[in-house]
Design a protein. Structure first.
Lengths: 164, 260
């Protein structure tokens, strides 16, 4: 049995934006979880595992020297996102794909809070624990991430209350 | 009509129901009388709905699922085994070290100690086949397998490719022997699999090989080469196992005494 594999893979896939890299990072994370912590435990095993997955993703992207645009969320606002994943476009609906692309285009510090909030549905408190930042930072990153997403989606004619 | 509050981060927290009570009440009151903020909130909620309903979770492939399951099962088995055998190992290792110190050689255990190690090597070999956990890194190329061990072991094992000699490399994994992590290299000969356990030894880099042993129907070869100590175990016949080990030693330490 693999607890929370779907959640773990989803996070890794959005953080690294590459399926093969995500597999490596998730595998690394599960082995670390086993070796260093004796398995999956704690009152919130999912958030705990996601913390390890996130760390594995960061060290994976460091090792691969595939740095995200920048790690400092105060700098990344100016940088444009770029992510395309044509092979999955045909599999999923176009709308879904557009959304996923918009999220993929976010800089890492924003991308991770969006995935943790909107897909994993973690509380601010849990997200704060996973990314090792204060709750206030979680709120402001989410707010900024949403403003960026609204901008991007509006430019594609599907922002705000329109185009739904 | 605009409102300075409509772009505040707190509105996002309000939409998530994550504000402290007091701030939440403030926003309730403010939103009741501020159309721009109500509109901003509606846009946030629409975005949330869009993402929640449609942002696709990414599914791991079933092949990856299977691989990971196998890996974890093996990892669990391994850590359990390490714990269970720790006492036995400590005794065997102590006997080995005492005897080695007395003789001034680094690798040859007492008869009893070596028998224990041989049994453990066989048990490990059987288990690696049983639980379908032969390799953690599957590759026939040494430049893939060798770097894989970096960070998992405190040494870099030699990983010669012997495909030309008829023993293709299958891959590698980390195993435990005598309480220490060792490199397990896996070679193939037809349907037979050979586990070659390797770790560094302080003694000279000359090639040494003990007479091949038989345990539970498996052939075992123990020796050293190029500053490494090794155990090789397989259901391969004695002649071929000795041939493989000899070639492996020559690849590892081509210049050293006794290796040629």
């Amino acid at each position: 049995m693999l607890p929370h594999l779907g959640a773990a893979f989803t996070l890794a896939r959005y953080l690294l934006r590459d399926a093969a890299d995500a597999e490596d990072a998730v595998q690394e994370a599960y082995l670390q979880a086993l070796r260093h912590f004796g398995g999956f435990r704690g009152e919130n095993a999912r958030a705990w595992l996601l913390t390890i997955v996130r760390r594995a993703c960061y060290s994976w992207s460091d090792r691969e020297n595939r740095h995200d645009h920048a790690r400092d969320p105060d700098l990344v606002d100016e940088l444009a996102g770029d992510a395309d994943d044509p092979e999955t476009a045909v599999v999923r609906g176009e709308l879904q794909e557009q959304l996923a692309r918009a999220v993929d285009g976010l800089p890492l510090p924003f991308r991770e809070v969006v995935v943790l909030r909107e897909i994993q549905e973690l509380s601010y408190q849990e997200i704060a624990a996973v990314i090792g930042a204060p709750v206030g930072t979680v709120m402001s990153r989410l707010a900024r991430a949403r403003r960026r997403l609204q901008r991007v989606l509006a430019a594609q004619g599907m922002g705000g209350t329109h185009g739904l | 009509m605009v409102c300075e509050h409509s772009t505040r981060d707190e509105l996002s927290g309000y939409a998530d129901g994550e504000l402290a009570k007091e701030r939440n009440r403030w926003w309730d009151a403010h939103l009741a009388e501020c159309p721009p903020c109500r509109e901003a909130l509606a846009r946030l909620q629409a975005l949330r709905e869009q993402l929640r309903g449609r942002l696709p979770p990414r599914e791991p492939s079933s092949a990856f699922r299977d691989d990971l399951r196998r890996l974890i099962r093996a990892e669990r088995g391994r850590s359990g085994r390490t714990l269970a055998n720790r006492g036995v190992w400590r005794t065997a290792l102590a006997a080995t070290l005492l005897f080695a110190a007395g003789l001034g050689v680094g690798h040859i255990a007492t008869r009893g100690g070596q028998a224990t190690v041989a049994d453990q090597v066989v048990a490990g070999h059987v288990r690696s086949l049983e639980v379908d956990h032969l390799v953690d890194i599957a590759s026939s190329e040494h430049h893939v397998v060798k770097p894989w061990f970096a960070g998992k072991l405190d040494f870099s094992p030699p990983v010669p490719e012997l495909a030309q000699e008829g023993y293709p490399l299958i891959g590698g994994r980390v195993d435990y022997l005598g309480g220490r992590a060792v490199a397990a290299l896996v070679y193939a000969r037809g349907p037979h699999r050979v586990n070659l356990l390797v770790w560094p030894t302080a003694s000279s880099s000359a090639c040494v090989r003990d007479p091949t042993m038989v345990r539970q129907g498996f052939n075992l070869s123990h020796g050293r080469a190029g500053g490494m100590e090794f155990w090789a175990v397989s259901d391969l016949n004695r002649g071929e196992l000795e041939d493989l080990v000899g070639r492996w030693q020559r690849e590892v330490a081509p210049e050293a005494r006794g290796c040629g």
